[in-house]
Design a binder for this molecule. Structure first.
Ligand code: ATP
Ligand code: MG
Length: 416
């Protein structure tokens, strides 16, 4: 679980601002959800025999003896909230997003943490491949906005209906049973509990075995095929390249039809930066009337690592202060606050630090320089007596100006 220190928060804010703006521009609205939900919710949605529920959840009893869990992902809570507030009735469509910490007791490594942050996007009561395409296209736009488009690529698959998967599961299990001894230990266990997850194995030998295994694509019903073809056609028309990965399954049980992942080869084995898919059965499973749904979640830490790895941090984030005001002499501190408040009225976007803590001009200038400010404003006894303010450039060559107090806002506006 990481502390995010002041030196890193500008990048977080830039990222979150970019995503919020983008989602707003597509008409998606934010939803804010609790971090704790009943344990039962995750068992019912994610699935009892997934890694998350079997061994990764932070679960505890509260004082009433109710079992609660720190959310390991956002979809379950989002669906719970939409249902609880009656938002899914009447076929009304919704497009929402959330941002926040998720918790999984995993083995920590680069790009994999026990508390990590996701921005998730979910849509409800839209069943066609058009909304699947929109979600993928808006994520593509985000990568372009962040300068990541050349290092992430889209993997796509269809999981069909649950009946398709049941038929496929039988075929896969009988294929793998005949090769049981060659499977890695994890896959042997999964063969019994959650056989589709074997497709996802990172083990080389298991992967080699799978190349001749039955393919899920051959088990899809006509409707599922059409849905997938529809999605592919929309992505083709938009000029978005993708790879169909017949072994792409997701670690959560609620997915059907479309699944996708945005992956990169720049982050080692933690290469998935964004993943999602369709979960048409989930609302009904949680007691609602059937409502189709599709969504995705991106891992903020991995995306920030990627931005840093590729040197795509915008240069302007390096500087957090525009102007630093130094004051010296009797009455200068009072005049300083008066000037600063006037400037804040006139230039609300300007980042102005008023020096606190006294000290000589020399030591104040050192702090001004260290702050990264572009200009120092100087208010000493002479300046106060003459009703003037010194403006000294700190980052470029140039002489100090001394201008009339009332002209300072206009001059700073020009300079910044
Ligand atoms: P992975 O296969 O990498 O474990 P996942 O399939 O468990 O990912 P999802 O549950 O689909 O991931 O979550 C969506 C995204 O959240 C992932 O693609 C990843 O970017 C991020 N993510 C998931 N788990 C972690 C984690 N422990 N630490 C940091 N980011 C994570
Ligand atoms: Mg995982």
């Amino acid at each position: 679980m990481n502390d995010i220190l002041p030196a890193d928060t500008a990048l977080w804010q830039y990222f979150e601002r970019s995503v919020a703006q983008l989602l707003g521009s597509y008409g998606y609205q934010q939803i804010r959800l609790p971090i704790v939900e009943s344990t039962e919710l995750f068992k019912r949605t994610i699935g009892e025999v997934t890694d998350i529920v079997e061994k990764e959840m932070y679960t505890f009893d509260d004082r009433n003896g109710d079992s609660l869990t720190l959310r390991p992902e956002g979809t379950a809570g989002c669906v719970r909230a939409m249902l609880e507030h009656g938002l899914l009735g009447g076929g009304v469509s919704h497009k929402v997003w959330y941002n926040g910490p998720m918790f999984r007791h995993e083995r920590p490594q680069k790009g994999r943490y026990r508390q990590f942050n996701q921005i998730g996007v979910e849509t409800f009561n839209l069943s066609g491949p058009d909304i699947d395409a929109e979600l993928i296209l808006l994520s593509w736009r985000l990568w372009k906005l962040l300068g990541l488009q050349d290092v992430v690529s889209l993997q796509l698959n269809s999981l069909g209906s649950s009946a398709d998967r049941a038929r496929y599961r039988e075929a896969l299990v009988s294929y793998l049973r005949e090769r049981y001894d060659q499977l890695d230990e994890d896959s042997q266990r999964r063969l019994e509990t959650n056989p589709l997850r074997v497709l996802d194995s990172k083990n080389q030998t298991t992967q080699a075995l799978l190349s001749d295994a039955p393919k899920l694509a051959d088990y899809l019903n006509d409707e599922a095929r059409e849905h997938f073809a529809g999605l592919c056609a929309l992505l083709d028309a938009a000029g978005l390249p993708y790879e169909i990965n017949p072994r792409l399954v997701r670690g959560l049980d609620y997915y059907g039809l479309t699944v996708f992942e945005w992956v990169t080869d720049q982050l080692g084995s933690q290469g998935t930066v964004c993943a999602g898919g369709r979960y048409d059965g989930l609302v009904e499973q949680l007691g609602g009337k059937p409502a189709p749904a599709v969504g995705f979640a991106m891992g903020i830490e991995r995306l920030l690592l990627l931005i840093q790895t590729l040197d795509k941090v915008p240069a302007e984030l390096a500087r957090q202060v525009d102007v630093y005001l130094v004051t010296l002499g009797a009455g200068a501190d009072k005049a300083g606050f008066r000037l600063a408040e006037q400037l804040r009225d006139a230039l609300p976007g300007m980042r102005l630090v008023v020096h606190c803590g006294g000290g000589s001009f020399k030591s104040q200038f050192k702090k001004a320089d260290k702050s990264g400010a572009l200009f120092a404003l100087i208010l000493g006894e002479d300046e106060i007596a003459a009703q003037r303010v010194g403006i000294k450039p700190l980052r470029v060559e140039g002489e100090q100006e001394n201008i009339a107090w009332q002209d300072v806002p206009a001059r700073l506006k020009q300079l910044l």
